[in-house]
Design a protein around this ligand. Sequence first.
Ligand code: ATP
Length: 218
Amino acid sequence: MKAVGIFGGTFDPVHIGHLRTAVELREHLGLDELRLMPSARPPHREQPGVSAEHRLAMLRLAIASELPFDGLLADDRELRREGLSYTVETLAQLRGEQGDDVALCLCIGMDSLVNLHTWQRWQELSDYAHIVVAARPGWHLPETGPVAEWLAGRCTNDPQLLSQSLSGCVLVESMTLLPVSATQIREDLAAGSSVRYLVPDAVIQYIHQHGLYKQESS
Ligand code: ATP
């Protein structure tokens, strides 16, 4: 069965941590494509200082310049929707488009999994997709509370299972996440420091061209 991954975030800006994780997830999970999906208006955090259009443009440049092969793509559907960017709506829309012969895999971080019960209609997420949790080595799953109860019976450690059913499994992928954060990159840019090798060159060029992340606009 075809398998499509979804990797959401603010990407404010996209950096090598996101890109490396995307590449590893696509390979390890055997995904046919992995869609990096900028959140227009993230419900659970401060709204990004840089517009969704700029964040999408940077993501497109990053994918085009650093990863010139099929399989990673930028998906702008949350920018085309009004209101807050609820993941459950995104998954429902994707499921409607892809039909019932494509496995969907929503890729999130362990920090997101722990807070999953605060997401809109969170229990429906696994009706539409599998959930893949990218976790640093030494990770542990929540042991008590609503998410722990919800996880019971859903966890698998076999990536192959993900392409054998449409949705419903939770898989934790242990991976070394590069110690890079968009917050630090924004601070460096505001301070006029170099972010070379943390962010693709084409994205750095775009940032300078458009005067993004200068102190006054951050
Ligand atoms: P900020 O510092 O603004 O919170 P961020 O990079 O942590 O930025 P997002 O852009 O929203 O946050 O991240 C998108 C996704 O990438 C999230 O699922 C997040 O867990 C993951 N992510 C963030 N940093 C890294 C990293 N260094 N390596 C791998 N994945 C990361």
